[in-house]
Design a protein around this ligand. Structure first.
Ligand SMILES: [Ca+2]
Ligand SMILES: [Ca+2]
Ligand SMILES: [Ca+2]
Ligand SMILES: [Ca+2]
Length: 343
């Protein structure tokens, strides 16, 4: 399992290198952690217009809700324990909730604080002043990475897999040499969560590769597996907060196809053509909220993904506290669930 996972990771890393991925493999040193801000930008191939249209939400489905509260994060160090900070936060006006349990995971270095939107600056200032903790605004956004042209992928077929130079021999053709890896594994049994713009499940190369939550019963309006998500048969939409992570711009579907498009005589071949994709929608357009990315990261870990792919990026000051929050959450999910995060 470890070997296979590492193999897949290598492959995916190689495939997404040109896409300028973000960052969260193994625990980097503190210096690296703060020194290398994530660079998030993506591009992906598209799918046929008709598939896209079919999967597009109608206007009424657009997210219109105004957030009444905002989420801040206190970064805990020597300044105090998580529970001291939670208690202090709860005593402040405008604070609705404060906890070091996030998505069911206990954190020792992070407290999530929900604040009425009008009071967030005041609360942040007060916490820093009284407790000396760093308060992260939690409002960072990332962007989809890369310049993939979906039409290019559409032109390729399995027989034309020979045109996929990136899969070929590194010495002679500059690729990642995936054919050698395929003699050992094509990713069967591995689940790769793709936190992106969704997945067009009706696309000919996508229909059979979607991960299925076997612990959930579809369509009964109940959370049968008790994971906190109702009827999440095929991943989750963290933008609309529903169980339909439909594609809206094509990026997520293109990323998924680079990872796991099956060898079926249609479309292209992914680097791990026997793996399954867990679609997690975090980007309604090219911009992706940090909150959605963190929620999706926790979901991927808790629901058995072996790998989480984030073809996202962004540029922030090296010491931006939100970067520390993102890193802490990803590290914690890795520790808890052993998932490999590629960004
Ligand atoms: Ca569920
Ligand atoms: Ca159900
Ligand atoms: Ca949706
Ligand atoms: Ca194919």
């Amino acid at each position: 399992m470890r070997i296979r996972r590492n193999l897949i990771v290598l492959i995916i890393v190689a495939m997404t290198l040109p896409l300028l991925p973000v960052a969260a493999q193994e625990s980097p040193s503190e210096e690296d952690a703060l020194g290398e801000a994530p660079v998030i930008t993506t591009n992906i191939p598209g799918m046929p217009d008709e598939d896209l249209a079919e999967d597009l939400p109608d206007d009424s489905e657009k997210v219109t809700e105004e957030a009444e509260t905002v989420t801040l994060y206190a970064l805990i160090d020597d300044a105090g324990t998580a529970s001291t900070v939670s208690d202090a936060a709860l005593a402040l006006e405008g604070v609705v909730a404060a906890s070091s349990t996030i998505g069911g995971l206990e954190f020792t270095d992070l407290v999530e604080i929900e604040v009425m939107g009008t009071d967030n600056d005041l609360v942040a200032a007060e916490l820093s002043r009284e407790l000396g903790v760093t308060v992260a605004p939690g409002n960072t956004t990332m962007e989809l990475a890369g310049d993939l042209d979906f039409d290019d992928l559409e032109l390729m077929t399995d027989p034309r897999q020979k045109n996929q130079w990136a899969l070929k021999n590194p010495e002679t053709e500059g690729g990642i040499g995936v054919y050698g890896a395929w003699s050992r594994t094509r990713g069967k049994g591995a689940v790769v969560a793709v936190a992106d713009s969704g997945l067009a499940r009706g696309h000919p190369d996508m229909e059979k590769i979607t991960w299925r939550n076997s612990d959930e019963t579809p369509g009964n309006n109940r959370d049968d597996d008790g994971n906190g998500f109702v009827d999440d048969m095929y991943g989750w939409d963290f933008v609309q907060n529903d169980n339909r992570p439909q594609e809206t711009i094509g990026h997520g579907t293109a990323v998924a196809s680079l990872i796991a498009a099956p060898q079926n005589g249609k479309g292209i071949s992914g680097v791990a053509p026997a793996a399954k994709i867990m679609p997690l929608r975090v980007c309604p357009d090219r911009s992706c909220s940090m909150q959605a990315v963190l929620d999706a990261t926790i979901y991927a870990g808790q629901n058995g993904a072996d790998v989480l792919n984030l073809s996202l990026g962004g540029e922030y000051p090296n010491n931006h506290p939100d970067v520390a929050v993102i890193r802490n959450v990803m590290r914690r999910v890795q520790e808890e669930h052993g998932i490999t995060i590629v960004a």
